[in-house]
Design a protein around this ligand. Structure first.
Ligand SMILES: Nc1ncnc2c1ncn2[C@@H]1O[C@H](COP(=O)(O)OP(=O)(O)OP(=O)(O)O)[C@@H](O)[C@H]1O
Length: 261
């Protein structure tokens, strides 16, 4: 494990329950995430991982439980409010504008950070221009960091899937998040692309100090990079701890042997 300092609890999930009609997607789920951690949520298909992430970023409203983000507890917060609290997210099926360039997609990630609005643009050209330059500089830094300079003008839809996932990570990073939620960032990638993505996740964590919650159904991929792992199965938490504890947990072994993973 790398040498790094794990801090205070920044996200505290308590007794979350979520149902869709008769389907219990999540039952009494509790776990916490500490500053600077890479925290994985793993589990077989349908275990409730995406539902959990959707509760954290305000897309789903759980019927029970609470989520505390940097000391602020919320029952009903919408995704925009959560984003304004410094939480960014990538999506399993990508949330990119396929016809737009890499650069413009990354600029779209800075929307929340833009202070000057249309009216101000009309009255205060200078301020708006300065702000635009500042945003572009931030985005250019992310482009360098993710090593995608060669594609900055390319429409995202023309890029191979692995690179599109990297751009989606860049769009989330453009929000300068304190907490980054990654929804299966390695899904659908070949081995080399997975290694690259692991490297970028570790670098984001190291260089920006970003706390990361990562969901994945492939246990092997996340074990090397995660500080602690929560395991869900059929909406219940069956394991929680450092990778070695989770690897040797009998309930976890049983859940994974019972599936095709
Ligand atoms: N919007 C929804 N409406 C109805 N049922 C849902 C909805 N979202 C999730 N579910 C159900 O909740 C359960 C958990 O699904 P979820 O997508 O959270 O699991 P997952 O662990 O992310 O699975 P996967 O690895 O396949 O993405 C499943 O039974 C799923 O069918």
């Amino acid at each position: 494990m790398r040498d790094k300092t794990i801090g205070e609890v920044v996200l505290d999930v308590r007794h979350i329950a979520l149902s869709f009609g008769g389907v219990k997607a999540l039952s009494d789920i509790s776990f916490d995430v500490r500053e600077h951690e890479i925290r994985a949520i793993i589990g077989p298909n349908g275990a409730g991982k995406s539902s959990m992430l959707n509760c954290i970023n305000g897309v789903y409203q759980p019927q029970q439980g609470s989520i505390t983000l940097r000391g602020q507890t919320f029952a009903h917060m919408n995704p925009r409010q959560v984003a304004q609290m410094g939480v960014a997210r990538t999506f399993q099926n990508l949330a990119l504008f396929k016809g737009m360039s890499v650069l413009d997609n990354l600029m779209s990630g800075r929307n929340l950070k833009m202070r000057t609005h249309l009216l101000q643009h009309l009255w205060r050209w200078g301020a708006a221009e300065r702000e635009e330059i500042e945003h572009r500089e931030k985005v250019e830094r992310i482009i360098d960091f993710l090593d995608i300079q060669a594609y900055r003008k390319t429409p995202v839809g023309r890029l191979p899937y692995g690179l599109q996932k990297r751009v989606d990570l860049g769009r989330a990073l453009a929000m300068e998040p304190q907490l980054l939620l990654l929804d299966e960032p390695m899904a659908g990638m070949n081995v080399e692309e997975k290694q690259d993505m692991c490297r970028f996740i570790l670098d984001v964590n190291d260089e920006f100090g970003t706390t990361i919650v990562l969901i994945e159904h492939d246990m092997g991929v996340v074990m090397d990079i995660s500080d602690r792992v929560v395991v869900l199965d059929y909406g219940k938490k069956i394991g929680d701890g450092v990778p070695d504890e989770v690897r040797n947990n009998e309930d976890v072994i049983r859940a994974y042997l019972g599936t095709a993973h």
